[in-house]
Design a protein around this ligand. Sequence first.
Ligand SMILES: NC(=O)c1ccc[n+]([C@@H]2O[C@H](COP(=O)([O-])OP(=O)(O)OC[C@H]3O[C@@H](n4cnc5c(N)ncnc54)[C@H](OP(=O)(O)O)[C@@H]3O)[C@@H](O)[C@H]2O)c1
Length: 330
Amino acid sequence: MSAGAAPRILLVGAGAVGQVYGRHLQLGGAEVSFLVRPQYAATVRRGFDLFPLRKRGRRDAVRFQDFTVLTETAAVAAQRWDAVLLCVPSPALHQGSWLAELCAASGDASIVTLQPGLTDHARVCAVAGAERVVAGMIGLMAYTAPLPGEAGEAGAGPGTAYWFPPLGKCPFSGAPARVRPLVALLRAGGFPAACARDVPAQLAFGVALLDPHMVALEVAGFSLRGLRADRALLARAAAASREATMITAAFRGVRAPRLRGALERAGVRVLLAMLPRLAPLDVEGFFRAHYTKVAGQTRALLATYRAEAAARGLPTPALTALSAALEARS
Ligand SMILES: NC(=O)c1ccc[n+]([C@@H]2O[C@H](COP(=O)([O-])OP(=O)(O)OC[C@H]3O[C@@H](n4cnc5c(N)ncnc54)[C@H](OP(=O)(O)O)[C@@H]3O)[C@@H](O)[C@H]2O)c1
């Protein structure tokens, strides 16, 4: 980032994640801009009410405004940027030519990818050039509040509520000269960012572990109790998670991490049981709202696992069965 001047950060997409990263970057001292679809520009220009959730009962809104809103790549090219954060769902990275145009328009700015898809990091590297790319992992829950049934005293909103799980970090990796200033800026803004060695691997194996369980939760009608009670569905999620891990290892040309196994999958089940007690929000309601919103992304992630497995002759009976169960629900 340029010495002296305030870092200039462009966030693509002003949804839940874009708003939270944008607010903390601004708090850290950055000049923040959003690139949004034209139909959202007027709403985004009005600014946001955000609800950082700390513990149950406290629901104070903070105002997030004083940023610039762009709707055209040509306007991006007219300015200097230190970093561009891609805060869009995974399928958007693979659609159209906007990403290539954006990378060309943003000079030498770091391109920060946060998406969970197996091929997303490689896609952004192919378009932007690997040297420019910083990978980040989103360790927070952010949503449009109030969630249905959460209105009134117990719920945050109207606005965007978000929660950082205690002890959790949002890691970034890439060229140190790009990662360190970004992490420092976010940390200065009260965001739990951290430098890490290899976020793409961490994220890919984390998603392989977690995502099949989230698909199973969707199949169970977003009922945590229903999922816990359905041993066959849980077993299928665990088997799908093993398959996704093997596909991820093959895709990345590495061995599957040794710890990945029954212990970790049991850990996911414990986490799903504990989360509603730890989180100051309606966790089931969050999962329902979030995974309904990103339904296209969930299906794209499953399709990518199956396509990458097919290309390598790897079996996917559990992922196929889970996909079929998801489609049967839709
Ligand atoms: N929210 C969370 O708690 C959370 C946690 C972990 C990970 N994530 C991940 O973070 C990503 C973003 O999630 P989110 O919750 O912020 O989703 P979101 O609220 O739907 O925000 C994404 C925004 O990006 C916009 N967009 C899509 N393509 C665009 C493009 N080419 N140019 C400009 N804007 C574009 C979308 O508009 P349209 O809706 O019109 O397409 C939408 O407004 C997803 O991959 C999600 O899985 C989110």
